[in-house]
Design a protein around this ligand. Structure first.
Ligand code: PLP
Length: 477
């Protein structure tokens, strides 16, 4: 592709993207293709000869676009709604062109230092103290795995050199709640602690970790000779967005000398909003914390911000410099390859920098607050309808509820099936995509508001569709 072709194709592509960002709601939000439709529509072998970019784009539109589920659609309200915002898209485009690989400071001074600067901005926006050093990973799952490695490093002497097996190391335990994201399970599995080392502490009626149960579990483990190494409270759990009592968990961790890693992957950014500052109360006492700009900070996937006041332990676990990567400035600079498993690093901070500058903190706070207002609005409609019940509090921008008609007695199985049907009917509309969870055994409709362009009209539409769908159910009333 020569420079003229690049320019021509690039302009056409930017036009396509601009239209897409403005009108992504032209497409059905949930893809309607069947398994194998995409793979079967494409050749099995790569072309031997060059193909014009126009032809490739034509196939992109014809074959791939129908197979896209549109996470950038304002009616996307499943899982956690996210946004690939325009400044973030531009930054990723630029990042690909620059192709920075920031393993060492010298392989990209700009990427290395911008990461420190933007993570400093984000840290101050969410109110974490400066003692927290930040590093960007791809996802919260990887950030949490690094937190568990640091906790292991803090608790077990010589673990880097000697590992865990074939030596006199006691069994270890990590604590989280029964609502915690599966990334904690995967982290303990990945780093060799074993899945059985994870203790899922029961939660209260608000789906928050019961601290007295945490206390008891730690005491039981200590009595059995098990070594507690980490507690992982969550700010914004995946199913309900519940908030664990971080200040009380911090007390336990301080008393017991256990690493506290706060999973604020979803909820952490809400602390930017003055009315929600409190959601990170106690997090200043954490050993580490993760917050995901790619969830609710309008940042194209992926970018996860990991903070720790003990980054020295992450470095102790991972820094290892082969001869060919030795540099004369090593002692005076940060080499990002030292803060984790990964050697190469993309220039992810560029998109966070461009997003924070393009929108400014005021507008971002206003949009987050608006999402929470929309969630309260939907929650109030659910609460006001006798045929629906809310199944969890709504501390952020996710609403959990189910249809449970007042004048018909249905079994729990029938209610599950009916609510599943409602979700399927809503999703078949093409306007809205919602997902489910299960709370205390009940199938739960879960509406996640979080896309930059989601407005009152989209939230009214989701409620209208849910109500209409409930009327279509084949149930005697
Ligand atoms: N923590 C929580 C609370 C989550 O909800 C999720 C994903 O939804 C994760 C961690 C994992 O996020 P990631 O996809 O960045 O690994």
């Amino acid at each position: 592709m020569n420079s003229d072709e690049f320019r021509r194709s690039g302009h056409a592509l930017v036009d396509w993207v601009a239209d897409y960002l403005e009108h992504s709601d032209r497409y059905p939000v949930l893809s309607r293709v069947k398994p194998r439709d995409i793979a079967d529509a494409l050749p099995r072998t790569a072309p031997e000869d060059p193909e014009p970019f126009e032809d490739i784009m034509r196939d992109f539109e014809r074959v791939l676009v129908p197979g896209l589920t549109h996470w950038n659609h304002p009616g996307f309200m499943a899982y956690f709604a996210i946004t690939g915002s325009a400044p973030g898209v531009l930054a990723d485009f630029l990042s690909a062109a620059l192709n920075q690989q920031a393993m060492l400071w010298r392989t990209s001074p700009a990427a290395t230092e911008l990461e420190e600067v933007t993570l400093g901005w984000l840290r101050r926006l969410i109110g974490l103290p400066d003692a927290f050093e930040g590093v960007i990973y791809d996802t919260a799952s990887i950030a949490t795995m690094h937190a568990m490695v640091a906790a292991r490093e803090a608790a077990i002497a010589d673990v880097r050199a000697k590992g865990l097996s074939g030596r006199d190391v006691p069994r270890v335990a990590v604590y989280c709640s029964d609502q915690t994201h599966s990334s904690i399970d995967k982290a303990v599995i990945a780093i060799g602690l074993g899945h059985e080392s994870l203790r899922k502490i029961p939660t209260d009626e608000n789906f928050s970790m019961r601290v007295e149960a945490l206390d008891q579990a730690i005491a039981r483990d200590r009595a059995d000779g098990v070594l507690p190494i980490a507690v992982v409270p969550t700010v914004g759990t995946t199913s309900t967005t519940s908030i664990d009592p971080v200040p009380a968990v911090a007390d336990v961790c301080a008393r017991e000398r256990i690493w506290m890693h706060v999973d604020a992957a979803y909820g952490g950014v809400a602390a930017m909003v003055p009315s929600h500052r409190h959601v990170l109360a106690g997090a200043d006492r954490a050993d580490s914390l993760v917050v995901n700009p790619h969830k609710w900070l309008f940042t194209p996937f992926d970018l996860s911000a990991f903070y720790s006041r003990r980054m020295d332990l992450v470095r102790a676990a991972f820094s290892l410099t082969p001869e060919y990567l030795q540099t004369s400035e090593a002692g005076a600079v940060k080499n990002l390859m030292d803060t984790g498993v990964q050697l190469g690093r993309r220039f992810r901070s560029l998109k966070l920098w461009m997003i924070l500058r393009s929108y400014g903190a005021k507008a971002i706070r206003a949009r987050l607050a608006d999402h929470m207002r929309l969630a309260q609005q939907l929650a109030s409609w659910v609460d006001g309808d006798p045929n629906f019940e809310r199944l969890a509090p709504t501390p952020f921008s996710i609403v959990c509820f189910r249809w449970n008609p007042k004048h018909v007695v249905l079994s729990e199985q029938e209610l599950d099936a009916a609510n599943e049907q409602i979700i399927d009917l809503v999703n078949a509309s093409g306007d809205i995509f919602i997902s489910h969870t299960r709370l205390r055994g009940r199938l739960t409709i879960r509406v996640a508001i979080g896309h930059l362009r989601t407005t009152d009209a989209h939230v009214r539409r989701v409620w209208e569709l849910v109500q209409q769908s409930s009327h279509k159910l084949n149930i005697a009333r």
